[in-house]
Design a protein around this ligand. Structure first.
Ligand SMILES: [Zn+2]
Length: 450
């Protein structure tokens, strides 16, 4: 135990020293090579004395508005990047020596993300470095069991699909072990089910939690016949309820559900250890849990948002970048012995519903009906909601809408909101640009965050 503590303390000190050294080096680089950051950091202390708290918070809309001055290279103006992104045939194809992806735009305008080749090497390197024996065995076992399938948005340059293609291009040998079949999330559920059934020996599926919920239901009805050993999820919050439901629906799930926390801005943000905690890769990433005033919140407290600093991307600087997720650092250290701090992620502020003075999680609504394939609640005005339903085959619309509207109104009433209107919508439920499905779409542009 003494040895474990000693390593832990030594580990923390080493991590923090490494973090500060990397931060100061990044600050020096962006002051020299990014016109935007040169202006932003004009009045700061010298780079070799700078502390994290000296640096101003940055946000997506401001950075995107000055994209051409943001990067530390001058060879990729925004119009060139956008032109590349409109060509769907070039997903995962680098421009010059950088890779370009887009975010899904869950919380507003999609951002353009630029990664250098060294970042890609870092992302794979750090993933392998943090692997425990358990992970190595898991990857080997799952690979022997059958195919790995990625189900994500296919109609854009999203990291889910594009990153695999990029690695295949840069390092075919490395990519060989990660060979994947890609299934487009936007196609009708029936087609996705047929495709998976046709593959047969699906061992590992990488997808969004919203797609996982659909797969669980298809498995429960018996239409989906695959028996995967492992799911990996990302891009949305995986709830405990969904985790339990999926485990019940798929008894074959020997390795459970891995749910690392990451984002397009930083793919290798955290790793999930053998005890199921999400540890932040703090030598290359700084995460700060902060309140509405951007002041740090204590460990064990849920933050209003989180600031991300990516120390490994020197081409497109993300420094104290407001990510919009609510997180909570664990107070106690993990039994796995890792000196890297662990977090719990409560999801995006952008998905919370605000009515009057009340804030509701999308999870409080029960948007399921055995006569419906997909149900979506859309906030059209502060007090006005519209329900969109994709009915099951042969279902009568009237009673389904009636029952779901009654259940939604009951939730509002339970939260003291008696004057909310919930109407029957004509349109079908809609997807985000990257093929994610959100059961609840809150009113856009109501807060400061877009
Ligand atoms: Zn751990």
């Amino acid at each position: 135990m003494v040895g474990g503590l000693w390593t832990g303390w030594g580990g923390r000190r080493r991590i923090e020293a490494r973090q500060l050294r990397n931060l100061r080096r990044l600050v020096e680089t962006v002051r020299r090579d990014s016109p935007l950051f040169r202006r932003l950091y004009g009045d700061l202390p010298p780079s070799d004395e700078v502390e994290l708290s000296d640096l101003p918070v940055t946000r997506k809309p401001e950075l995107m508005a000055e994209f051409d001055d943001w990067l530390t290279i001058r060879s990729l103006p925004l119009d060139k990047a956008r032109e590349h992104l409109t060509d769907i045939g070039r997903v995962g194809v680098p421009i010059d020596d950088v890779a370009v992806f887009q975010t899904s735009g869950t919380s507003g305008e999609p951002a353009v993300i630029v990664l250098s080749e060294s970042f890609v090497e870092y992302a794979y390197g750090i993933m392998l470095a943090r692997f425990e024996r358990y992970h190595r065995k898991l990857v080997r076992d799952v690979r022997n069991l059958g195919a790995r399938v990625t189900i994500t948005g296919g109609r854009g340059h999203f990291a889910g699909n594009g990153f695999n293609k990029l690695v295949q291009r840069l390092n075919p040998r490395l990519a060989k072990g990660f060979g994947v079949t890609f299934v487009e999330a936007e196609q009708p559920i029936g087609q996705i089910v047929d495709r998976l059934n046709a593959i047969g020996n699906v061992a590992w599926i990488v997808t969004y939690p919203s797609m996982l919920a659909i797969l669980a239901r298809e498995k429960e009805t018996g239409r989906l016949r695959i028996e995967p050993a492992l799911f990996t999820t990302g891009g949305e919050t995986l709830t405990d309820d969904l985790r339990e439901r999926v485990k019940r629906a798929f008894p074959s799930l020997k390795y459970g559900i891995a749910d690392p926390y990451g984002c397009t801005e930083c793919l290798a943000l955290s790793f999930e250890c053998s005890h199921g905690r999400k540890h932040v890769n703090e030598d290359w990433v700084i995460l700060e849990a902060v309140d509405e005033a951007m002041q740090p919140v204590p460990d064990g407290t849920l933050s209003a948002t989180v600031l991300l600093t990516v120390l490994a991307n020197e081409v497109q600087p993300f420094i104290r970048y407001d990510l919009g997720d609510c997180v909570q650092f664990d107070e106690d250290s993990c039994t796995c012995g890792s000196p890297f701090r662990s977090i719990q992620v409560e999801g995006r502020q952008a998905t919370l519903v605000r009515v009057g003075g009340v804030t509701l999680s999308p999870l409080v609504f029960n948007l399921e009906h055995d006569q419906a394939q997909r149900i979506q609640l859309v906030q059209t005005g502060e007090w006005d909601f519209e329900l969109r339903i994709q009915l099951a085959e042969g279902a009568a619309a009237g009673p389904v809408f009636q029952e779901v509207i009654a259940s939604v109104k009951r939730v509002f009433r339970d939260n003291g909101l008696d004057d909310v209107t919930v109407r029957t919508g004509e349109a079908l439920p809609e997807f985000t640009g990257s093929g994610k499905f959100h059961e609840v779409l809150p009113l856009r542009n109501t807060g400061s965050r877009t």
